[in-house]
Design a binder for this molecule. Structure first.
Ligand SMILES: [Zn+2]
Length: 1653
């Protein structure tokens, strides 16, 4: 019911809009024609016409930036804060910044165009939004290249984006389909991060093809990944190909997105007949596509776009208008209705857009690749590889080629152009028979191929139709071979007549082939009467309508094609009517040629006939006939009888003079004849020598005199045949002065003898090709010109000029001698480099002695000229990107051409390196240019970085005169050779620039962006350069040592190191606060020159990895932790790194891997070269490199780029870093990694790993591996290191191997031996290992191993003597405490030693342990080398662990031996330390520590025994003396003076107050500290968590402590405690005179107290 309103289509159309669109220079007048045609078909009544209003500024800035719109609408205005001295240069800068120079110039009416283009699309979108239409059309829209802040590709405003935004607001998701020949880059860029808008573009994609984007790998970014779809087609795409690809990708896109609306950009520059000539589509492709879209029944917006044939655009969009209006499609055959622009549709005046004959480069494979998503990225990689290119854009550069021609070769004096291919029908015919004739007509631009039965005729004129005409030949099937065929000119433009004479003499004549009304079957016929053995062989057209037929036996026939009226064409009836009668039309000249009736001997056999000049007799022509021995001249006339002018014996006339000149005794052969003005030229061979003899026509008849003799340098490959297909052809264009000799595969151009013009150039076809026909084109003036028909190459045009070419300023003798090489090289480089496409073969020779040096000089000259932009072969052009690409390709081709000819080896290594470096620089320049183009699309301070650098470079290099021009373009145009200098310059200027930016309002952010951009520039320059070098190392064969390269400049290495540092600090600045903390700790503890990556650093890395994975992984959205991590960056609204910190962070992180790679490569290269030169600096550089590399590699891990770090470490075979990475990046799978690397790098890696273990004394790790091969290496390693240094640390480690093979006795024996040497060597390591062994035994979960280990330990204890152990322990501690900066890991180790070596047995054996500990603790305290909590544990826990057991055993001896004084003073010391540190400690920690101390103090006394001793009637003095003997008393007493601690009363509470939650807290904070926000700023708090076993043991101890405390309280401890307090209070006035060592250091303590107060 809503049919009428909602299904009606809307067409945006207004006089104002049309007028505004017509003003666009690239599409002038198009809109008028489009709408006129739409109206002419009456479609305006089938749609609702809506007049759009101009878009407002606000509407435009929905997408475009305000400053751009401001500039666009007021291009002449100066900047807002206009300086008084702003001049034209500033204006230019402003326009350039917004893309309003070059291809998008400011034009009259630009504002109107912009406003109406946008307004129209918005009005169309509005009709869809309000539901008043389902389809809306705006053919003046579709400006899809427009960028947010920049005009591009004739697009000043991106109305498509504006329309999509409007539709998106109403319909949510929008599918944008771009049918334009060019990639819809502006629209894609606008929505590249969006998953609400899918952009699908079907376009031509190739290196150098505008806009150089839209490869299949372009798939969208961020959330938009997968929402940019690019289907690429190759040249010549047909309707079928287009439909197939469209059908596949469009339906997939609409299914995937489920859009609410569709926008189709119907740019029709892919139509056949568009000046682009890329695709070969007809209107049907667009109709099919739009019909498919309409079938989705979604609100649809149809826009225009490209399309540079106004008539075709009108045809196409008129059909689309009809389809969209729901009308019948307008058939291609419909005539154009009468209307104002009817004449634009000539000549056919119908709706058809005919596909051309152009070949379709799309193959099934390429189409499949485009369609299938998997193959897409592969295909794009292939396409984007640097040297996969084709020469399409060459057409644009070869200005002198005619339309549709393609330059294949260009020399100073000759050139070859590709005119057209042979049509498939012709190729088939050629392949079907050996006997073919072929011809080409230079005037009519038609060619034919004929076999005995069929002749195929086609036009190769530019723009002609693709039609191929088949003609049935006379005498077919009679075994007479191919007929003689002639193309007859003068029939009318665009048409040709064909005469065919069958071998038996039957003649057929088609007066018109193309426009023949009756078709191919309508011809006129006649017959010649031949001799019985004769055959017709050749036809030559003497003049219009007058032909001469020559037979094999040398007979000639005249054939006249008469016209009825003289103008309207030839009257073929005249031919048949007069044949044989009245002697006029068809007459025979055979008898006149000497041999009677065509039955002559072998010498009279025909070689060739040629047309000569006009004669003095009216309507007559000369025709020369050459037999094997004679030359005859005829005068043929349409009005007079034929006349033989002369017939001479050439052998007789020439042998003396010519044979002498040819210096050959071989017999002379005559191959072809041609006329040159009044002279006649004969091609002569003697053996392999060739010459062209010019005979003075006037004298031939009497005494043939040689007027000129051209000896050809070209030597025939074999004696040439005198007839048949292999016969050479001599072609002399009218007037010379150049002649061409077409051999089978080679065409030689040589100057006719004349003063001052002597040259000879040979053009060779590629192998397998051959010349089928050659004909002169006489209408050229400056150059001689011929057309060639070749079997494979098709129709070629070759030009030559005999003028002398000036020596282009090259004066020195060397240069001149090397000139041939240079020319050959240039030709090979510029025209032969694409072997697959160029039908010509290029060769460079260096045969002549002494020419190698010239070859090298020539190669360098050519390469340098390409690099610095002075090569005359590289056409200068506006598009710098295309210019650089072409130069790059050419420079590469220099070496490729040498290599193809096997000549690379003739160049010196330095020269080869130089050639390589030239290409590298061009690759770098091209990449940098692309980067800068990408950057220009954005706004921000970094945009100008490169331009400023270029300006600075030009200034410093004295190019100030160019100041007012665009320095960037100037740099890329002329100074690519200095691209390395640009990096160095950037390196020098960057700090100042960033400093300058820092004072601006958004300084920090701007500085970050500039720094990021600088890294991009560095990578963009060096990456492609090094990639090129790597990829083509073999081509250049630069061996070792390589000559110095430009990338090795020390400043470049410095720059890269700087960039890496900058990227790291950028990451730190940008990441969330915990990332920052992480980063700081990593840089502080693990990185700078760290010789010993340690447990602590490893633990940090572990944390870092897990954290960074959360915070930096892009796909972590669904993770709560990730969301929290990302919160600090929540202000990031989009993923543009210029505006979003998160995006900048990601991009920066992504930069680091490539930068590190470049940095390493530069270092490695330079070190290798310096080392090869035995330079002293090699060592320094290597040291620097070795310090940098692990640091940069390890930093990648916390940034979530561990795989990159692994890859780099593997690539540079950095085994030490690899080992560290294994433990740092993936500790969970360390064993797997290690096994893999041991496998790959074998013993090298094993040794590195063992050295790593050795450095970290981490031998215990080895106990968990089980690998025979590795164990053998371990043994080797230990043996080797022991042999190197018999008393070195490794001499002690043999035991580890024994332990691994479970030979504990042997291990013990080794340890004993080591222990015996303890006095002589530093045995700290041994002792540490011992303790670790004990630790392992302690920790082991396997009972049997536990037993064995325990046994081993006790044996060791016995054997070694405890005194030695104690002494060693002291020694060790002393060593540890020596330097104040000894690292935390060692402190932790000391803690473990203290914890696990202070067994009761040790104390038994050495009562002086007290002294050791006192000394130790005093030092620790004074230097605060252990965290206070740990110190307290060191002092108190061992006693808990063991004295409780001792107390339980009630072993009195132990009590005696274990001096109470020792214990008491240690507690006092602990309290003392705590009191000093208490201010620094968090409340809860301090309370917990105090509780531990006091409870341990209570428990150190044997309360049950005191209770026993004082129970009953015991005098007070006994109780008092008993209490004075307790640890509790001593500690309270010693602490009394300090009085800093809270009273211990609180800690003497019932056991249940020490609740389980307290325990949990204790364990979690003290034993298993976690990395958490509150501890993030306290670097001392990050311990590696204790093992579960240890933590459990300690937890149990706390529980035991609690139990015993309860027992003590039950014994009346509180009572004794009150009594002790009373005693202490009594003594309070009495100073403590205890001269204990510890307390003697009062001065230190008071200092500490003052500190803490
Ligand atoms: Zn286009």
């Amino acid at each position: 019911m809503a049919m009428t309103a909602s299904h009606r289509a809307v067409l945006i159309r207004s006089a104002k809009g049309i007028c505004a669109a017509d003003g666009l220079p690239s599409n002038a007048g198009r809109a008028t024609r489009v709408h006129a045609l739409i109206e002419a078909f009456g479609l305006c009544s089938k749609v609702r016409v809506v007049e759009a209003a101009a878009a407002t500024d606000a509407e435009l800035t929905e997408f475009h930036s305000e400053e751009y719109i401001e500039c666009l609408l007021h291009p002449e205005a100066t900047g807002s804060e206009s300086d008084s001295d702003s001049d034209n240069a500033d204006d230019d800068d402003r326009l350039r910044r917004f893309g309003l120079l070059y291809d998008c110039p400011v034009f009259e009416g630009m504002e109107g165009h912009v406003r109406m283009a946008a307004g129209g699309t918005l009005a169309a979108a509005a009709c869809l939004v309000d539901g008043s239409a389902r389809v809306a059309m705006h053919w003046e829209g579709g400006r899809h290249h427009g960028q947010r802040s920049r005009a591009a590709g004739f697009c000043y405003v991106n109305d498509a984006v504006l329309g999509i935004l409007k539709l998106q607001a109403r319909f949510g998701k929008v599918l944008y389909i771009d049918l334009d020949l060019h990639h819809g880059d502006g629209v894609q860029d606008a929505f590249v991060y969006s998953n609400k808008v899918t952009t699908l573009s079907i376009h031509h994609y190739d290196r150098g093809f505008y806009p150089n984007s839209g490869g299949a790998a372009d798939e969208g970014k961020g959330h938009g990944a997968g929402h940019s779809i690019n289907a690429t087609l190759r040249r010549g795409a047909s309707d079928a190909v287009f439909k197939r690809v469209f059908g596949s990708v469009a339906s997939a896109a609409v299914e995937a997105l489920e859009p609410g609306a569709v926008v189709v950009q119907c740019g029709c520059d892919g139509l056949a007949g568009d000046p682009h000539k890329i695709f070969n589509l007809t209107g049907q492709a667009f109709v099919d596509a739009v019909q498919a879209v309409l079938a989705w029944k979604l609100p649809t917006l149809l826009l225009g776009g490209g399309g540079y044939s106004n008539a075709n655009a009108a045809r196409c969009w008129t059909r689309l208008t009809a389809v969209a209006a729901g009308e019948q499609d307008i058939a291609a055959s419909r005539d154009i209705p009468e209307h104002a622009y009817l004449n634009d549709y000539a000549p056919a005046f119908d709706m058809a857009i005919e596909a051309t004959l152009a070949g379709d480069a799309n193959t099934d494979e390429s189409i499949e690749a485009t369609i299938s998503a998997e193959a897409m990225s592969e295909a794009s990689q292939e396409q984007t590889s640097v040297f996969n290119y084709n020469d399409d854009d060459m057409e644009l550069t070869q200005e002198s080629a005619s339309e549709g021609e393609h330059t294949l070769l260009r020399g100073d004096r000759h050139a070859v152009f590709e005119v057209g291919a042979l049509p498939p029908a012709a190729r088939q015919l050629l392949a079907s028979s050996d006997e073919v004739s072929c011809g080409v007509s230079g005037v009519a631009r038609f060619a034919f191929v004929a076999t005995a039965s069929t002749c195929v005729v086609w036009s190769f004129a530019a723009g002609s139709s693709a039609a191929v005409h088949r003609l049935a030949m006379p005498d077919a099937g009679k075994g007479a071979g191919a007929p003689a065929v002639a193309l007859v000119a003068g029939v009318g433009a665009g048409d040709v007549g064909v005469v065919a004479v069958g071998g038996l003499g039957h003649v057929r004549y088609w007066d018109r082939v193309v426009f023949g009304l009756g078709g191919a079957s309508q011809f006129h016929s006649a017959a010649l009467t031949l001799g019985p053995t004769d055959r017709c062989e050749q036809i030559v057209e003497a003049s219009a309508g007058l032909l001469v037929v020559a037979t094999r036996n040398g007979a000639l026939y005249r054939l006249a094609l008469l016209t009825a009226q003289g103008a309207a064409g030839l009257d073929a009836r005249a031919l048949s009517r007069t044949a044989g009668s009245r002697g006029g039309v068809l007459s025979r000249m055979a008898s006149l040629l000497g041999g009677a009736s065509g039955e002559g001997g072998p010498d009279d056999q025909l070689v060739s006939v040629a047309r000569g000049g006009r004669t003095e007799i009216r309507h007559s022509r000369e025709v020369y006939a050459l037999t094997r021995s004679r030359l005859a001249k005829w005068v043929v006339s349409s009005a007079h009888p034929e006349r033989l002018a002369y017939s001479v014996d050439l052998h007789h006339a020439l042998s003396a003079s010519v044979a002498q000149a040819l210096r050959s005794d071989a017999e002379l052969h005559f191959h072809d004849v041609a006329a040159a003005g009044s002279d006649v030229c004969v091609l002569v061979s003697a053996g392999l020598n060739l010459a062209v003899v010019t005979l003075r026509a006037a004298h031939v008849a009497s005494e043939p005199s040689v007027a000129g003799l051209t000896l050809l340098r070209y030597a025939a490959p074999h004696p040439l045949p005198q007839s048949g297909a292999g016969r050479p052809r001599l072609v002399v264009p009218a007037g010379g002065p150049v002649m061409f000799v077409a051999f089978d595969q080679t065409v030689v151009a040589a100057a006719l003898p004349a003063p001052g013009s002597s040259f000879e150039e040979a053009v060779k076809l590629r192998y397998g090709d051959c010349v089928l026909a050659a004909t002169a084109i006489d209408d050229q003036q400056a150059e001689s010109c011929i057309l060639l028909a070749c079997r494979r190459a098709g129709i070629l045009r070759m030009t030559a000029t005999a003028r002398q070419v000036p020596d282009s300023g090259m004066v020195d003798a060397d240069t001149r001698v090397g000139r041939p090489q240079q020319e050959q090289l240039e030709q090979a480089v510029f025209f032969g480099s694409d072997a697959a496409r160029n039908p010509l073969a290029f060769a460079i020779t260096s045969d002549a002695p002494g020419l190698d040096a010239h070859l090298q000089a020539a190669a360098l000259r050519v390469s340098h000229a390409i690099l610095d932009g002075s090569s005359r072969f590289v056409a200068d052009r506006l598009d710098i990107g295309a210019l650089l690409r072409e130069r790059l390709r050419r420079a590469h081709a220099v070496t490729q051409a040498l290599a193809d000819n096997g000549l690379t080896g003739k160049l010196s290594p330095a020269a080869r390196a130089q050639l390589c470096s030239n290409v590298e620089k061009l690759a770098a320049a091209q990449s940098l240019w692309d980067l800068q183009n990408a950057a220009w699309a954005r706004t921000g301070p970094a945009m100008q970085l490169l331009a400023n650098l270029a300006a600075a470079f030009l200034e410093t290099s004295g190019q100030q005169q160019h100041q007012s021009k665009d320095p960037l373009r100037l740099f890329f145009r002329l100074h690519c050779a200095a691209i390395g200098d640009l990096l160095v310059l950037m390196h020098r200027r960057l700090p100042a620039l960033i400093r300058a930016l820092a004072v601006s309002p958004s300084g920090v952010k701007d500085g970050q962006v500039v720094s990021y951009e600088a890294s991009r520039i560095a990578a963009a320059v060096l990456q492609p350069a090094l990639a090129y070098r790597f990829q083509h190392a073999r081509l250049y064969a630069v061996g070792d040592p390589a000559p110095e390269r430009w990338t090795e400049h020390p400043a470049i290495a410095d720059m890269l190191v700087d960039r890496l540092e900058a990227s790291y600090s950028l990451c730190r600045d940008l990441s969330a606060h915990h990332c920052q903390a992480l980063y700081e700790r990593i840089t502080a503890t693990a990185l700078p020159g760290d010789e010993r990556p340690n447990d602590h650093a490893l633990a940090i890395f572990d944390d870092a990895v897990s954290v960074s994975h959360v915070s930096l992984s892009p796909d972590g959205d669904d993770d709560d932790a990730a969301a929290a991590a990302l919160r600090p960056l929540a202000n990031a609204v989009d993923d543009d790194p210029y505006t979003s910190p998160l995006a900048l962070l990601r991009e920066t992180i992504d930069q680091i891997g490539p930068l590190a790679n470049l940095c390493f490569r530069v270092f490695v290269d330079r070190i290798a070269r310096l080392a090869a030169a035995s330079s002293a600096t090699a060592h320094d550089l290597a040291q620097r490199y070795d310090a940098l590399r692990p640091r940069f590699l390890l930093c990648l891990v916390p940034l979530g780029r561990a795989p990159v770090a692994f890859r780099l470490a593997e690539e540079y075979r950095d085994l030490p870093s690899l080992v560290t990475l294994v433990f740092v990046a993936d500790p969970a799978n360390a064993a797997t990694h290690l096994r893999r690397y041991v496998e790959r790098y074998s013993k090298d890696f094993a040794d590195t790993l063992l050295a790593f273990y050795e450095r970290r004394a981490a031998w215990a790790s080895l106990l968990h591996t089980q690998d025979d091969k590795f164990d053998a290496w371990l043994k080797d390693y230990i043996d080797l290191r022991t042999a190197e240094d018999p008393h070195g640390p490794l001499s002690k480690f043999g035991w580890i191997h024994d332990v691994k093979v479970a030979d504990f006795s042997a291990a013990a024996a080794r340890l004993v031996r080591a222990g015996l040497d303890a006095e002589e060597v530093d045995d700290a390591q041994t002792l540490l290992s011992l303790s670790k062994l004990a630790f392992i035994a302690y920790e082991s979960q396997e009972p049997e191993l536990d037993d064995t280990m325990a046994e081993a330990r006790s044996r060791l204890d016995n054997a070694m003597g405890l005194c030695q152990v104690q002494a060693g322990l002291l020694h060790y501690f002393t060593a540890l405490l020596g330097p104040t900066d000894s690292n935390t890991d060692d402190r932790k180790a000391a803690y473990h030693v203290a914890l696990y070596t202070t067994t009761p047995e040790l104390r038994h054996a050495h009562p002086a342990l007290y002294i050791v500990f006192s000394e130790l603790v005093r030092r620790i305290r004074s230097r605060r080398t252990l965290p206070v909590e740990d110190l307290i544990d060191v002092l108190t826990i061992p006693d808990n662990l063991y004295t409780l057991d001792i107390a339980a055993a009630a072993d009195a001896d132990d009590q005696d031996v274990f001096s109470n004084d020792t214990v008491r003073d240690r507690f006092s010391l602990a309290v003392d330390i705590l009191s000093c540190a208490s201010v620094r400690l968090p409340e809860q920690t301090r309370e917990s520590a105090l509780r531990s101390i006091w409870r341990r103090v209570f428990l150190s006394d044997n309360w049950p025994e005191i209770h026993r001793n004082t129970t009953g009637n015991v005098p007070d003095s006994v109780l008092r003396s008993e209490l004075l003997n307790t640890t509790l008393y001593r500690v309270l007493h010693s602490c009394w003076a300090i009085r800093k601690l809270s009273h211990p009363d609180w800690y003497l509470l019932p056991a249940d107050s020490f609740s389980s939650s307290d325990l949990d807290y204790l364990v979690s904070t003290r034993l298993m500290p976690q990395f958490g926000p509150e501890s993030a700023n306290d670097s001392s708090a990050q311990w590696k968590p204790l093992s579960t076993t240890t933590a459990l043991a300690l937890t149990n101890d706390y529980a035991d402590e609690d139990r015993h405390l309860q027992a003590a309280i039950d014994c009346g401890l509180d009572g004794y405690y009150s009594e002790i307090l009373r005693i202490v209070a009594e003594q309070a006035s009495t100073p403590c005179l205890d001269d204990d060592e510890v307390l003697a250091s009062d001065g230190d303590e008071s200092d500490d107290q003052m500190d803490t107060d």
